[in-house]
Design a binder for this molecule. Structure first.
Ligand SMILES: C[S@@+](CC[C@H](N)C(=O)[O-])C[C@H]1O[C@@H](n2cnc3c(N)ncnc32)[C@H](O)[C@@H]1O
Length: 246
């Protein structure tokens, strides 16, 4: 599926109000990422967060780590509205993280549940983010691997191009020392396919195409999903990486 940054931005902006209530997996992995980070280091000088959204990861980071300067980025400038409530002093840069210009380097770049939206993961981590890290700098992020939303892919044929865990590791190993790498599956169950669709909408997931579905298309999706997955389950497959610039 082609990633259109304008559509991704629009979908996330619409979801932000309901995001925190619905982002069960995103909250879980933000916590797990920081659990692993604090085993390595808790005090940083310059930190950059990419795809800060409503600040789930930002809160986790500041609850257990500290830094001298913090820069946040998101496709949507609305993220700043949420971060202003969390942070007294920080810089916010709106726009696509793949093209971000910061004017400084960082000893830590963090990101939760965002790198799957990169149009070119390899180029982003191995060139763009690599060039913004100081020597020995850390890149700590979560994203999702190939099984993510496998039920949606099977039912609709539509999916982001989630990479295999082994491929993500291989790409990162080119330029980074891997300090932590983890993958697991997390199944959510819903009472109906409509409830599942609402869950996806409220977490900003745009895996169902750019066009609004008609009533008939929604009905067909629900019937098909309930037939294939009577327990109305949805698989997330998060991955957690902490890597160090070589
Ligand atoms: C699933 S949300 C995660 C938000 C937050 N990191 C958290 O822990 O809940 C993904 C966020 O990434 C942002 N995003 C998606 N693609 C992006 C890109 N290319 N550059 C910057 N932000 C992006 C979206 O606007 C959204 O706020």
């Amino acid at each position: 599926m082609q990633i259109d940054a304008r559509t991704v931005k629009k979908h996330f902006e619409k979801s932000m109000e309901d995001y925190d209530k619905n982002a069960v997996v995103q909250r879980l992995i933000a916590g797990k990422l920081i659990d692993e980070l604090v085993k390595i280091k808790t005090s940083f000088s310059d930190v950059l967060e990419l795809g800060s959204g409503t600040g789930l990861l930002t809160k986790e980071f500041f609850a257990r780590c500290k830094c001298t300067s913090f820069t946040a980025n998101d496709l949507t400038a609305r993220s700043k509205f949420y971060l202003d409530k969390i942070l007294p002093d920080y810089e916010f840069i709106a726009g696509n993280a793949e093209k971000i210009k910061t004017g400084k380097n960082f000893d830590l770049i963090i990101s939760n549940a965002m790198f799957q939206w990169f149009s070119d993961f390899k180029n982003s981590v191995n060139f763009k983010l690599y060039s913004m890290l100081k020597n020995d700098g850390l890149l700590a992020f979560t994203t999702f691997s190939e099984n993510n939303f496998k039920e949606i892919r099977k039912t609709t044929g539509i999916s982001l191009e989630y990479k295999k865990f082994t491929d993500l590791k291989e790409i990162l190993a080119e330029n980074y020392k891997i300090l932590h790498a983890e993958e697991f599956d997390y199944k959510m169950n819903f009472t109906s396919a409509l409830e599942l669709l609402a869950h996806m909408k409220h977490t900003g997931v745009n895996s169902l195409g750019t066009r609004k579905w008609t009533f008939v298309e929604v009905k067909k999706f629900c019937e098909e999903y309930q037939k294939l997955y009577p327990e109305i389950s949805l698989t997330y497959s998060p991955v957690i990486f902490i890597v160090q610039k070589k």
